[in-house]
Ligand binder design. Structure first.
Ligand code: PEP
Ligand code: MG
Length: 752
């Protein structure tokens, strides 16, 4: 059964379009289940009806013409219940609905299972038989399992429409998750990993001769590479293994794969795209074979394709041209991809993975670049170079937008600009509630920090300087001196305001190309302070650079430790910081002892806040990680993004606990996670007593607007009310309502 399941899924997965995927499904299911009928009904989103989309065994003539609403007939009944319906004789079932033209009179037994993707019923898969009998348990289990696996493929095929190699001309909307607010229109520039053929975009070329040369040279390089490997391994591996290399060389023969690729290049496709088409066409054939040995060869072909690709990319990688309105698109974009686009040309970002809490989204927001995350079904190869709209408020993107859609989005962008202009008047004012409560608003910095913009918006300090960004842009660990210069510029730019430098926070979704960390569970692994304490040489260089950077400047340096989960880590780090300070002093530098603080990002640190505070000068809540660890929701996982709730009652209690502890101890504290930049959450944090809120600078005036319009006494009452609620939804609703009643509804749609 497992083998049958695998082969059906694989075959459907290689179908070129939705129609073919459905036809393959019904053909193969009917065959492997040895049943007489198999049909698929798919939901037509606009009409809300389940349309008869493919069949083997019933009337093909009415495919696409017959449909059932939810609850109508047995198919509608399956969809309504979202569970299998297994019936011995349909005519005896009360929910049966007779549709003459479909031609099912002769069939008695019926088994229908829902096709569910991400909680949504996309359709119904049905098998039928003449005999009066119940399908047995193993048949039902098979169909349910198959349907669960097919759901993703069908959702993908449905979203991407036809996958023919031509640019999509008609407009289409794809949904993901809001990443950074704002709307943008521009040209999609797809970035893909250089060793993954699957993601190579299709691009047209004019200079065919040049592409052919590039490809021919790559074939020659790949051939000699394979020969060298084969020679090296000749003594160590068996004869038949060496045969594999001969097979590779044969595939690279002028009359084999290269010939086909060159034909496609001559039709105007660039070399990478032509290679992708050729390899995929062969793979589709291989994967249909039932012989497992031959199917294995498909892997060899994939390997060969990727090898050729890497040579093509290495030689003469087409330098990406970024037009002035670039929308950066990729399945898994990194911060370095982000940094590769000149800032003034970057208008929007679309990422296939991640969520609003991924570092990519956080930095995009800091840059004020509208971003959509987790758009899983985007046909990357087809949209490259085409016009696209990014709606970071709703998490939507529109490809090939119509004139009406462009006008709608332009209007939204204008409204946003008007709101920003109105708020600018608040910049020079201090952040005081109408009843006189003062809160400090600081900014988070790190990537292309726009110091001038932060200061223009009235930033009173830096609550989080993400130092790892420089490490990520570098090709080796930066030297102490290189770091000193960068840190010094930062301190000077914000002088005399406080600047909180966080020590290296890598691991999780932040990696260094020159220091790879491979783990099954990176967010629970070697992250932040754990790495620094295991590599004191790296930590010491960084701390020394920070302290030395402050020499002779009117500044207030604060050093902050990420991902702390025990006092032992605090003790060790503190010892190293003390040692660095002593050393720098002994070397003759005139420096002030920096304040040392700890980020509260792990539940353990929440409940040890008191002991931690005894050892350091301040605490700063990193709510991005704290929410992830309290709720056990990976901040990067699109699938569970809706469970990532910063208004969760457990999170609010943790935040209140930290505030109470710090207020009792009379020490400095604040928050620097994204929550601080959310106007509704900021009201609650202020009411808890947080004296410092640090956020991405584009949010600063929105938060200031909320806090300066809302009396502290009202915020305290709101906090008391929401602490009595037991769900994130209820808290969010109460907070939104309070904002609306204060005439601040325009602040509600911003983030989460
Ligand atoms: C946090 O976790 O809230 C935080 C500010 O750090 P980062 O987002 O960089 O992990
Ligand atoms: Mg963090």
């Amino acid at each position: 059964m497992l083998e049958a399941l695998r082969s059906v899924v694989q075959e459907v997965g290689t179908a070129p379009d939705l129609g073919a995927a459905l036809t393959t499904t019904v053909d193969r299911v009917r065959e492997v289940m040895a049943t007489e009928v198999c049909s698929v009904y798919l939901l037509d989103d606009k009409r809300g009806r389940y349309v008869f989309r493919a069949t083997q065994g019933l009337n093909q003539q009415v495919v696409g013409k017959v449909s059932l609403g939810p609850g109508e007939g047995l198919v509608g009944y399956v969809a309504e219940r979202a569970e299998p319906v297994n019936v011995e004789s349909v005519t005896e079932h009360p929910r049966n609905q007779y549709i003459a033209e479909i031609g099912e009179d002769a069939f008695n037994a019926f088994l229908g299972v829902p096709i569910i993707h991400q909680g949504q019923t996309l359709g119904v898969l049905v098998v039928q038989q003449r005999d009066k009998r119940r399908f047995d348990e193993s048949e039902e289990a098979f169909l349910v399992t198959l349907s669960a696996q097919l759901a993703g493929l069908i959702a993908h095929a449905k979203a991407t429409g036809h996958l023919a190699v031509k640019r999509r001309k008609s407009s289409k909307t794809f949904s993901g998750k809001p990443g950074a607010p704002g709307v943008a229109r521009g040209v999609a520039i797809v970035i893909y990993p250089t060793v993954d053929l699957k993601q190579v975009p299709f691009r047209k070329v004019r200079n065919v001769a040049r592409e052919v040369d590039r490809f021919t040279a790559s074939v020659a390089e790949t051939r000699s590479e394979i020969k060298i490997i084969a020679e090296k391994m000749a003594d160590d591996v068996k004869e038949d293994t060496l045969g594999l290399f001969d097979a590779y060389l044969m595939m690279l023969d002028d009359t084999a794969i290269p010939k086909e690729v060159i034909t496609r290049i001559k039709q105007g496709q660039w070399a990478q795209g032509a290679l992708k088409q050729t390899i995929e066409a062969h793979l589709a054939r291989f994967e249909l074979m039932s012989d497992s040995y031959l199917r294995e060869r498909a892997n060899d072909l994939k390997e060969l394709g990727n090898r050729l690709l890497s040579h093509l990319e290495k030689r003469n990688r087409r330098k990406l041209h970024f037009p002035k309105d670039s929308i950066l698109v990729g399945d898994d974009l990194s911060l370095s991809d982000l940094a590769s686009v000149p800032r003034e040309r970057l208008k929007g970002i679309v990422c296939g993975r991640g969520s609003v809490n991924s570092h990519l989204a956080i930095l995009a927001e800091a840059l004020g670049v509208p971003t959509v995350m987790g758009v899983q079904d985007l046909p990357m190869p087809l949209i490259d170079g085409g016009e696209i709209i990014v709606d970071g408020f709703q998490g939507l993107i529109v490809t090939a937008p119509t004139a009406t859609q462009k006008r709608q989005y332009l209007k939204l962008a204008d409204e946003e600009e008007a709101l920003t202009r109105d708020l600018e008047a608040l910049a020079p004012l201090s952040c005081k509630t109408p009843d006189g409560h003062r809160t400090r608003l600081w900014v988070n910095t790190g990537l292309f920090t726009d110091v001038a913009k932060s200061l223009d918006r009235g930033a009173e300090g830096v609550g989080l300087y993400r130092t790892e960004i420089h490490y990520m842009m570098s090709e080796t660990f930066p030297t102490e001196e290189a770091q000193r210069q960068i840190y010094r510029e930062h301190l000077q730019a914000f002088s005399p305001r406080p600047v909180t430098m966080r020590t290296l926070d890598i691991g999780g979704d932040k990696s260094l190309s020159y220091f790879p960390i491979r783990e099954d569970n990176p967010f629970l692994g070697w992250r932040g302070i754990r790495v620094s304490l295991d590599h004191p040489e790296i930590f010491i260089a960084q701390i020394r650079a920070m302290i030395r950077a402050s020499e002779g400047i009117d500044c207030y340096l604060r050093i902050m430790l990420p991902m702390v989960s025990s006092v032992t880590e605090v003790n060790k780090a503190k010892q190293l910081v003390d040692q660095c300070f002593r050393e720098v002093e002994e070397e003759g530098a005139k420096v002030q002892r920096p304040d040392l603080g700890v980020m509260i990002e792990v539940p353990a640190a929440v409940f040890q806040a008191e002991s931690i505070l005894e050892r350091v000068d301040f605490l700063s809540v990193g709510s991005n990680d704290l929410v992830q660890y309290m709720l056990a929701v990976d901040r990067n996982n699109t699938q569970v993004a809706s469970l990532y709730q910063e208004f969760h009652p457990a999170v609010l209690r943790a935040l209140k606990h930290v505030a109470d502890v710090a207020l009792r101890a009379g020490k400095g504290f604040g928050i620097c996670g994204e929550m601080a930049g959310n106007p509704g959450a900021a009201l609650l944090l202020m009411a808890m007593g947080y004296p410092v809120l640090s956020m991405n600078s584009p949010n600063l005036l929105l938060v200031k607007k909320a806090l300066t319009s809302f009396p502290m006494s009202d915020a305290e009452q709101l906090l008391t009310d929401v602490l009595a609620l037991d769900s994130a939804q209820a808290v969010k609703q109460a907070t939104d309502q309070a904002l609306a009643e204060a005439g601040l509804s325009q602040l509600i749609r911003v983030r989460r």
